[in-house]
Design a protein around this ligand. Structure first.
Ligand code: CAA
Length: 378
């Protein structure tokens, strides 16, 4: 366990109790039904958990990044889908407005997001622009006092559930990456349609949808940052958001490990608990080492961010390592629990399915290596 301040430990205890009572008992249900866990989100909102790193001036809780990460971790330990909703809402949905919005945009859009009255989302990915995010083909053309958006986004976390979307579109296709611009788009704007909802392998309670823009008119005051600055905004936001995915991955791994540990202590074979057999005890030892190493990378990246120091490389390292650990540990937890681990009666099969996305979204682990190598070789 990392060295946490008294305040961070108090928050951790509070979130652990909340998760035990409100999140854990419903995780299997929401995985099964694929319903958005509105009741959990509302309860998290009441505790101020939807605006943890947001200043009080915008009705946030104004805590540090480490506190925010340990909250994502604790929630993801029981329900990674709820962890994903929280992480994307905060880091990718709200942060871009806080970091790059005008004062008027911040006053209008951040308080309802920070209090959880509204959910936020981040729309960069398109069918032809995944890892190569610069290939955005959604266009935004100025017409009078409005920008007119046309195009399709895909795999948008919180799609449909969110009311506030940060959307990236090209305002000048001839300029490539320097022609991408950010916009704030409200759900319900004419011409903005929520498209197909993905049926996913894991984090099934989180909603992942297409967004379709057909001559969608956005008032020009909803332009986020400067024209042509959109790609940079997206990259800066993703640098921060990737720490959150690392925290989600640590949570999943810790959850799977605890299930396997508990099982191994009581499951007897060959006349003693399987935890007393070296084959299993060494697996548990390795799992605990890997989780702790991943946690330290996540908290380190968060602490650098809190200290106002560069953290992009460390965020990518934390996300890559922690997500690989989540998949491996969840897989080992299934192995330790054998047939029971493979059964839906126990949560580790869900945790394994949930773990996989952490290697993919907010930049695949292959892209994280591009980012890390870029920092090393700069
Ligand atoms: N911070 C600030 N600026 C940055 C930056 C960063 N981290 N990374 C790049 N830039 C700037 C560069 O400096 C450059 O600007 P200048 O020319 O002025 O210097 C410009 O952006 C272009 O940079 P690159 O040439 O490095 O860009 P690239 O096209 O080679 O792409 C990449 C780099 C790292 C591969 C990037 O495309 C990338 O991160 N891809 C992955 C995308 C991703 O993570 N998508 C996830 C979407 S969200 C999601 O998954 C889930 C959800 O719902 C939220």
């Amino acid at each position: 366990m990392a060295l946490l301040t008294d305040d961070q430990q108090d928050l951790q205890k509070m979130v652990q109790e909340f998760v035990k009572k409100e999140i854990a008992p419903k995780a299997a249900h929401y995985d099964h039904t694929e319903e958005f866990p509105w009741d959990s989100i509302q309860k998290m909102a009441a505790l101020g958990l939807l605006g943890i790193p947001i200043p009080e001036a915008y009705e946030g809780t104004e805590l540090d990044t480490v506190s925010y990460m340990l909250t994502i971790e604790e929630i993801s330990k029981a329900c990674a889908a709820t962890g994903a909703i929280l992480a994307v809402h905060t880091s990718a949905g709200t942060m871009p407005i806080l970091l790059f919005g005008t004062e008027a945009q911040k006053k209008k859009y951040i308080p309802p997001l920070a209090t959880g009255e509204k959910v936020g989302a981040f729309a960069l990915t398109e069918p032809g622009a995944g890892s190569d995010a610069s290939r955005v083909t959604t266009t935004a053309v100025l017409d009078g006092d409005d920008y007119v958006l046309n195009g399709t986004k895909c795999f948008i976390t919180n799609g449909g559930a969110a009311e506030t979307y940060v959307v990236f579109a090209s305002t000048d296709r001839t300029k490539g990456v320097k022609g991408i611009t950010g916009f704030i788009v409200e759900k319900g704007t004419p011409g903005f349609v929520i498209g197909k909802k993905e049926e996913k392998m894991g984090i099934r309670a989180s909603s992942t949808t297409e967004l379709i823009f057909e001559n969608c008119r956005i008032p020009k005051e909803n332009l986020l940052g400067k024209i042509g600055e959109g790609f940079k905004i997206a990259m800066v936001v993703l640098d921060g958001a990737r720490i959150g995915i690392g925290a989600q991955a640590v949570g999943i791994a810790q959850g799977a490990y605890e299930e396997a540990l508990q099982y191994a202590k009581v499951r007897e074979q060959f006349g003693k608990p399987i935890a007393a057999q070296q084959a299993v005890s060494f697996m548990l030892a390795d799992m605990s080492i890997e989780i702790e190493a991943a946690r330290q990378l996540v908290y380190h990246a968060a602490a650098l961010k809190d200290a106002g120091r560069p953290y992009g490389k460390e965020a990518a390292m934390a996300k890559t390592f922690a997500s690989d650990v989540a998949v491996k540990v969840a897989l080992d937890a299934v192995q330790i629990m054998g047939g029971y681990g493979y059964s839906r009666e126990y949560p580790v099969e869900r945790m394994l399915r949930d773990a996989k996305i952490t290697q993919i979204y907010e930049g695949t682990n292959q892209i994280q290596r591009v980012v890390i190598a870029g920092h090393i070789l700069r």
